[in-house]
Structures are given as structure tokens and as C-alpha cells.
Design a protein around this ligand. Structure first.
Ligand code: FEO
Length: 162
């Protein structure tokens, strides 16, 4: 059974959103690197790679369904931030936005009775819970420890082990 044109388009748009996410995190990594926060730069670089994997999962799904993939333009990400906490708050808000996008895809798959796409999206629903938890818990760490130089140094060291 073929997937609908609207579902193919929505998944192609999500492929773009995942690459945009990858670039946002790669730019965050570069910002941290230039700020001497190597642990945070490492964490964000890993996140960048995860986002590329997310895009590839959607690409492979379209291939599996015999559909055409459109390789998108990637939006230029924001380059600088006021401090590390602003970066992680931005990342957390971004993951909440991505979750809302995934839920819209699920809504579309349900409305179209597209069971195969619903099944594929289940992985992303679970993954988004983890993504929100990962970024949200770092914001919570800042709230607990404070946003002074000592706390930033400690969090940087911790994130180096991701
Ligand atoms: Fe691909 Fe961070 O969601």
C-alpha cells in the first residue's frame, strides 16, 4: 500500500526539520568550543550526530516505501548566545517543538489510517521523550547549581562523558 502524497510531503518536511536540528546543535557545539567549554561542545556534537541519524531514519523509511526523498536546504543556525544556560534552554525549547511536530505526523498517520507510518513514528515518540529529558535535565542542573563560573565548569566536565 502506498503512502499518501500528504504523508510523503510531511515526512520530507520532517527530514528538513531533523537536518535543521543537526545544524542548530552543530552551531551550539561551535559556540561552546569557542568559549572554551569542551565538554558541552562534545555533548552538542553528539547531539548533532543523533539528529543526522533521525533524518536518515526518515529517509530510509521513504525509500522502504518506494517514495522519493527530497534533500532539503538547511537553515542557517544562530551563531552566538549570551551564556551556556541560554544554549540549553534553547535546545530544550527546540526539542519541545520537535515533539509537537512528531505528534502532528502521528495525527496525520492516524487520520489516514496509515498503520505502517504510525508504527515507524512510535520510535520517534519514545525518542522525543528522551530528547526532552536530556536537554531539560541539563537546564534543571543549572537551576540547582546556579549559573556562576564554578557551576558551569562542573557541568562542562560532566557533559564531557556523554
Ligand atoms: Fe530529532 Fe532532537 O529530535
Amino acid at each position: 500500500m502506498k503512502i499518501s502524497d500528504s504523508m510523503r510531503e510531511a515526512i520530507n518536511e520532517q527530514i528538513k526539520a531533523e537536518f535543521d536540528s543537526a545544524y542548530i546543535y552543530l552551531a551550539m557545539s561551535a559556540y561552546f568550543k569557542s568559549s572554551g567549554l569542551d565538554g558541552m561542545a562534545h555533548w552538542m556534537k553528539k547531539q548533532y550526530k543523533e539528529e543526522v541519524e533521525h533524518a536518515e531514519k526518515f529517509i530510509d523509511y521513504l525509500y522502504e516505501r518506494g517514495e522519493r526523498v527530497i534533500i532539503p536546504d538547511i537553515a542557517k543556525p544562530k551563531e552566538s548566545y549570551s551564556d551556556a544556560l541560554e544554549v540549553f534552554k534553547t535546545a530544550y525549547a527546540h526539542e519541545q517543538y520537535v515533539t509537537s511536530r512528531i505528534y502532528k505526523l502521528v495525527d496525520l498517520a492516524v487520520s489516514e489510517k496509515d498503520y505502517a507510518t504510525q508504527s515507524m513514528l512510535k520510535w520517534f515518540v519514545d525518542e522525543q521523550m528522551e530528547e526532552e529529558d536530556n536537554t531539560g535535565s541539563i537546564v534543571a542542573k543549572f537551576e540547582l547549581l546556579g549559573n556562576d563560573k564554578h557551576s558551569v565548569y562542573m557541568i562542562d566536565r560532566e557533559l564531557a562523558s556523554r
